[in-house]
Design a binder for this molecule. Structure first.
Ligand code: ZN
Length: 435
């Protein structure tokens, strides 16, 4: 089935300005892009843009824990360790595989409604995340969070079992239906012993699997690496081998020092900026403006809904673009177009999705339709669309979200999903874990 976007403004992170024209989508791909002066071809479905609709690449939420929507609002505004130890971990211990599926399904509704077509997820019981993503038809880059722990009754260290589970997930789900990629997810330097981290990195390289982990989220982590491991954060990246591994994604990087990057080749690494989670947890502000000058991948993520509390990439884009201007007292730092590129193409590339994240012929038809016929878009044109989206826009402007050329969200509804059933099951799960 072919869909024609007629007379729309198209924008992606590789264009200096938006183009006005037509987009023909069929067989899951962007088949052709035409100037507005061209006669549009026939199609089964036509979206009449009238010059007042924008089409963007679907957003890629490059770091989240989707099922944590079930924990949203627990322990608000508590200090980090108290929040984790008293509110989050005891409830997480009650989560069953069924809960993970239900929570993820609910998070997917939320992400689709805000224009996200792909998310990178680290949690546990990841078969539920994979299945919920396939059932919804959304793209997902998933990894099991690997952590150390006490040995089991058979004497096996918990970390051995979780590494094995990570590899099992790769074998089972990687590449499924073109929607899923799987990474290894050593949780963080302070939850995974150094030797195990080296082993995981070696395994990843041997098998061509990506790695996704939390790195330098809080200032405390710098002290930990110095004190406990007797090295600098740079040594850590070098000695574990992650810099030489294709497809390494570091979540947060708040306390990484871009000045040190001169000595490191960061070209194979992507850092995922999570501005709202870092603000809410009081972790600090990563110097994004300086990283933009360095040869490193930079993507955007929400982190889990317990520390954000939204899974809305529009909020991350706006925060990223505003925050650094304020901190550096420089209105030219972190341009809107760079932020749009981070929120789309860079995230897709980091997790091994090819031909996704730009509006180009032959690329995947993972697209967001944005309604510009709103008061806050009066005066929008090809030149200022990126700024309009980032500074004036919001997810309330999303009219449709398409993955592989198929509408998964359209005009306030999810045509292929049973919204009421998904929400009822999510509420039930929330009740069970907080009872
Ligand atoms: Zn996280």
């Amino acid at each position: 089935m072919a869909t024609l976007f007629k007379d729309v403004l198209m924008l992606d992170g590789d264009r200096k300005r938006a183009d006005r024209g037509h987009i023909l989508v069929s067989k899951g791909r962007i088949q052709s892009l035409m100037d507005v002066s061209a006669t549009p071809p026939a199609a089964d479905k036509v979206v009449e843009g009238g010059g007042r609709m924008a089409v963007l690449p679907g957003f890629v939420n490059a770091h989240t824990h989707a099922a944590m929507v079930l924990l949203r609002g627990l322990g608000e505004e508590a200090p980090l360790m108290e929040w984790l130890q008293k509110k989050i971990w005891p409830v997480e211990a009650k989560l069953t595989p069924e809960h993970i599926y239900r929570g993820t399904a609910s998070a997917i509704l939320e992400m689709l409604a805000t224009g996200t077509t792909c998310f990178a997820d680290m949690y546990f019981e990841m078969d539920g995340v994979a299945q919920a993503s396939l059932d919804a038809g959304i793209r997902c880059a998933l990894c099991r969070g690997i952590t150390d722990g006490v040995a089991g009754p058979d004497g096996e260290r918990k970390i051995e079992a979780s590494i094995r589970d990570g590899l099992r997930l790769f074998e089972k789900w990687h590449g499924r239906e073109g929607l899923l990629t799987v990474q290894l997810g050593p949780h963080a330097p302070y939850t995974v012993p150094l030797d195990d981290m080296k082993k995981i990195v070696a395994l990843a390289r041997e098998r061509g699997v990506g790695i996704h982990f939390h790195f330098m989220e809080t200032e405390w982590e710098t002290d930990y690496i110095r004190r406990e491991l007797n090295m600098t954060p740079d040594d850590y990246l070098r000695e574990t081998g992650v810099l030489d591994t294709v497809g390494t994604t570091l979540a947060h990087g708040v306390w990484m020092d871009p000045d040190r990057a001169d000595d490191l080749d960061m070209s194979k690494v992507t850092i995922v900026h999570c501005p709202q989670s870092n603000l809410k947890l009081g972790s600090g502000v990563m110097p994004l403006d300086r990283w933009l000058d360095i040869n490193v991948g930079l993507a955007l993520g929400t982190d889990g809904a317990s520390s954000n509390n939204r899974l809305d990439m529009w909020g991350e884009m706006r925060s990223a673009a505003l925050l650094h201007k304020g901190v550096t007292r420089n209105p030219t730092s972190v341009p809107a177009l760079d932020v749009l590129r981070m929120a789309t193409f860079e995230g897709a590339r980091a997790f091994g999705f090819v031909n996704k994240g730009l509006i180009r012929e032959g690329w995947m038809a993972d697209l967001v339709l944005v309604d510009l016929d709103q008061p806050h878009y009066v005066g929008v044109n090809e030149d200022n669309l990126a700024a309009a989206i980032v500074y004036a826009g919001s997810s309330a402007d999303v009219r449709g979200t398409m993955v592989n050329g198929k509408w998964l969200y359209l005009n306030g509804a999810w045509p292929t999903l049973d919204r009421d059933e998904i929400l009822a099951k999510a509420r039930e799960a929330r009740g069970a874990i907080t009872a």
